[in-house]
Design a protein around this ligand. Structure first.
Ligand code: UD1
Ligand code: F6R
Length: 397
């Protein structure tokens, strides 16, 4: 039932405040003043010790589910202290890549039925790894055949393009990182900030959904384009890939997500005054403090983590400068209030989004791309819910 919406994709984009609320329900515990804030993932509590002791955490998925895992990778590494590697399911199988008994392998799948992901699961089980599922479908093959896991509880997703499952998958993987890292005392403050951020996430999504009309206007501008590039880095490299995937699969427009650090190694050659380029340059939470103080002594005294964030953000500013120097047609996604500083002198189109805890920023940042892809598709007259040649669940190899 689409209710008041014209398409399932539109409905699923707009119901993300609710789907995220259900994903988080009962899993975030905010104790009294003397009690620490914690995360409870019922399906994992007996396996956390094994996961903490593992030699690697390997994320496996396809398409949007892979992108969600990529978005969660930095926070998983930071909080767990365990190296995290990424595998596209089909590529792991093609290579017969190495999976060890000491690995924890996390299978991310909305449907829980994707053939490549299922085969990768069989392969990891044969190799003796602990297999964890992150699925939306209770009773699906992946949910049944993994040793343990978490249901994302995003509700049934009908549009072929995955939207609400993506944001819930990232939220679940952030909670997974919090649960795995829960015994590291030095990170308690950071964990609590993320838990507060998760509590507030549905409100922030409500806020970013107000960009609907702005994204429709942008879609009108882009309607006749052949191609769209999306540059992102750090927490938002995944946003670039997933934003481009949405535009590609439903609006049938060529679109490419590019790791901004790779710009000079090839993609820069494409830049001219015609090709539209989106640059994701939202602030990381800790950076704001350093930025306002503009005090390099403080920068020198700050922790390695703060420095890393400052560097990552200023790198994105330099990407913008270099693209502008080549007369690139820029659309910059930045944090609220930053329009003037990300694009001094004007000349870029700016999308301002609410700022959240850095590792949750990809959940907010993907929403304008979902809206853009949706409106582009409708304006171009294509089928939104059933894109050409695609199926919701890819059950064959
Ligand atoms: C569970 C109940 C939920 C109930 C809650 C109350 C189910 C499906 N969930 O939620 O209805 O409100 O307890 O405490 O009955 N699993 C896998 N692989 C996967 C996903 C899940 O093995 O890919 C396993 C988990 O390890 C767990 C079970 O399935 O044993 C249920 O997982 P999940 O729904 O995430 O657990 P809870 O959130 O505790
Ligand atoms: C894109 C999309 C696909 C799926 C992929 C994996 O919008 O829906 O890329 O994400 O086919 O599907 P699941 O998550 O069901 O394993």
């Amino acid at each position: 039932n689409k209710g008041t919406y014209k398409h399932y994709m539109q409905k699923e984009i707009h119901e993300q405040p609710e789907s995220l609320t259900t994903t988080l329900r009962g899993r975030l515990l905010r104790g009294g003043s003397w009690k620490a804030k914690t995360v409870l993932l019922g399906g994992l509590k007996d396996h956390l010790k094994t996961i903490r002791r593992s030699r690697r955490i390997v994320f496996i998925g396809c398409g949007t589910s892979y992108n969600a895992a990529l978005a969660a990778r930095p926070i998983m590494e930071e909080l767990s202290g365990v190296p995290v590697t990424m595998e596209i399911a089909s590529d792991l199988l093609d290579r017969q890549g190495l999976i060890y008994r000491e690995d924890t392998v996390v299978f991310v799948s909305q449907s829980g039925e994707t053939a490549d992901t299922l085969l990768a699961l069989e392969y990891a089980l044969e190799n003796g790894a602990l297999c964890v599922g992150i699925t939306n479908t209770v009773g699906s093959v992946i949910a049944r055949n993994t040793h343990c896991g978490v249901h994302i509880n995003a509700g049934c997703e009908i549009g072929v393009a995955s939207t609400k499952a993506y944001t819930s998958q990232i939220a679940v993987m952030a909670m997974l990182a919090l649960a795995i890292g829960a015994d590291t005392i030095s990170k308690q403050e950071r964990r609590e900030a993320i838990i507060d951020g998760l509590f507030d996430l549905p409100n922030k999504i409500r806020e970013v959904l107000k960009l609907d009309q702005e994204m429709k206007d942008l879609a009108k501008l882009l309607i006749a384009e052949q191609s769209l590039l999306v540059f992102g880095r750090g927490y938002n490299y995944a946003t670039a890939l997933e934003g481009a995937l949405k535009v590609k699969e439903v609006a049938l427009m060529h679109s490419e997500g590019i790791l901004a650090g790779e710009m000079k190694h090839g993609p820069l050659a494409l830049v001219d005054e015609n090709l539209p380029i989106v640059v994701i340059a939202t602030r990381d939470a800790c950076f704001r403090l350093v930025w306002f103080l503009r005090n390099y002594v403080i920068l020198l005294l700050s922790t390695a983590w703060h420095r890393h964030l400052l560097i990552s953000n200023s790198k994105q500013q330099s990407v913008i400068q270099q693209l502008r120097a080549r007369k690139g047609r820029l659309i910059v996604m930045c944090s609220k209030g930053d329009a003037a500083s990300v694009c001094p002198g004007g000349g870029c189109r700016v999308i301002e989004v609410p700022q959240v805890e850095d590792c949750l920023q990809p959940v907010v940042n993907i929403v304008p791309f979902q809206l853009l892809a949706y409106h582009l598709t409708v304006l171009r007259g294509y089928n939104v819910d059933q894109p050409r040649n695609l199926a919701k669940s890819v059950t064959t190899q």
